[in-house]
Design a protein around this ligand. Structure first.
Ligand code: 5AD
Ligand code: SF4
Length: 438
């Protein structure tokens, strides 16, 4: 039996689904409890230090399992395994880790396992970048109604704080035909929500034989008949075009919600981050979307305490948050990543000050979003029922705009569409009641 745990972003979650698929192909069963496993794989994230520390902690906790069951194999893969310093640390200090392989090693997993078993020695691969696009990998999806669909891999942007271009390699797009075939098979299998994945989906198409941009790809995919919705992430503002926004406006399959990470509201900080847009350019794009897509909502990623961020610069971020009126924010305190440009920049602000800024940002966001969410009461919306709600006897449904509504209902509705009348909200959670089951 194999236990696979993925940390971090949806790209990693999708890689984890492929790892499970590959393992099942060679005869492994999948378990969700480390105690039952003969193979434990941690598919790791390197974006922030905190995530890395958690992985080291969780790996350390496996030592006792290995003592109980010497046949147990423990493996580390994903983004952390793409860093030489991590592989060296695992080699020197974690002798009970059997396998280390990077993000491009999934299709070779059967060979890696066979090699480990045949030679009886640890298989610790130093980071290599293959920059390949491997198609037709087996996959065992976590859900029967929501699916992740990668359209590109890697990143060429080198935002100065970010480790991703170093660990996931150069940007490469999947062929549109391959994306379309996977998309069609998901729709045929009854998937209701398909999320297209890429570090920067807006630059889809670079290097393809036939010229095609992201908006073209969306139009191509959405010609597929069926009752489904499409989301995508992540959009880089520098490459998000009016054409993309017009496409979202024109197509009913596309959710009227855009995740458009701004990172900061200060032009000096944006430039130091190497983001290639100003706050005014960002706001122009937001205004264009608000004008063209009735009811459009936005979410964003924001980094607090980038090296050298001043109080005034932070306040510009607060201003921008108010101006856009995000429905949701994903906020992060800057985490220093060795090897990136920002790691070399002077960073005089203390962690306590950064944490205080984070608090203010969260409070501002609540002040912006909660009244907007509360004001939705009275609307009837179509939601995808994702699972049980916190309150017993209730379900959670996701709206087009990515908010979640809790409403009374039975588990048999999970995975289907429902029409829900919104009756109120508690903080960011909407409450409602089902009207009919569509
Ligand atoms: N520190 C803090 N946050 C980071 N992110 C990426 N790198 C870092 C870092 N070094 C955030 C960005 C990105 C999101 C996925 O993670 O906001 O959009
Ligand atoms: Fe990192 Fe920037 Fe690439 Fe996103 S676009 S993965 S933040 S380098």
């Amino acid at each position: 039996m194999a236990y696979v745990h993925s940390y971090g972003c949806q790209q990693n979650v999708n890689d984890g689904e492929k790892i499970r698929g590959v393992l099942m192909d060679v005869g492994y069963g999948i378990c969700d409890n480390v105690e039952q496993a003969d193979l434990i794989l941690f598919n790791t994230c390197a974006v922030r230090e905190h995530a890395e520390q958690r992985v080291f902690g969780n790996v350390g906790a496996l030592k006792r399992l290995k003592e109980k069951n010497p046949r147990l194999m423990i493996g580390i893969c994903g983004c952390m395994a793409q860093q030489k310093s991590v592989v060296d640390k695992l080699r020197a200090s974690y002798p009970y880790v059997d396998l280390v392989f990077g993000v491009d090693g999934i299709d070779r997993l059967p060979a890696i396992l066979a090699e480990r078993i045949r030679r009886g020695k640890r298989y610790l691969q130093d980071p290599v970048q293959r920059d390949a696009v491997v198609e037709e990998m087996p996959i065992r999806r976590d859900s029967g109604f929501r699916a992740w669909l990668p359209i590109m891999y890697g990143c060429d942007n080198f935002c100065t704080y970010c480790i991703v271009p170093y660990v996931r390699g150069r940007e490469r797009s999947r062929e549109p035909q391959a994306v379309l075939e996977e998309f069609q098979s998901l729709v045929a299998a009854g998937y209701k929500e398909i999320t297209l994945l890429g570090q920067n989906v807006n630059s889809y198409g670079k290097g393809l034989a036939e010229p095609m941009d992201f908006a073209d790809l969306l139009n191509l995919l959405c010609q597929t008949p069926g009752d489904y919705k499409v989301r995508f992430m992540t959009s880089h503002p520098k490459d998000a075009s009016h054409k993309l926004i017009d496409t979202i406006a024109a197509n009913d399959h596309l959710c009227k919600h855009i995740h458009l990470p701004v990172q900061s509201g200060s032009d000096r900080v944006l430039s130091a981050m190497n983001r290639h847009y100003t706050s005014a350019q960002y706001l122009e794009l937001i205004d264009y979307a608000k004008e063209k897509i009735p009811g459009v909502t936005f979410s964003s990623d924001i980094i607090v305490g980038f090296p050298g961020e001043t109080e005034e610069e932070f306040e510009q971020t607060l201003e921008l948050v108010k101006q856009v009126g995000y429905m949701q924010l994903f906020t992060f305190i800057y985490s220093r990543r060795g090897g990136t440009k920002a790691a070399e920049m002077p960073d005089p602000t203390t962690h306590a000050e950064k944490a205080a800024r984070m608090e203010r940002l969260l409070r501002t966001q609540d002040e912006v979003a909660f009244p907007r969410i509360a004001a939705m009461a009275g609307q009837t919306v179509r939601v995808l029922v994702e699972g049980c709600g916190r309150t017993p006897g209730t379900l959670n449904g996701r709206l087009d705009n990515n908010l979640v509504v809790e409403f009374p209902g039975g588990e048999e509705l999970i995975g289907s569409w429902a029409d829900v009348e919104l009756t109120g909200s508690r903080a960011a959670l909407l409450t409602g009641r089902a009207v009919t089951n569509a």
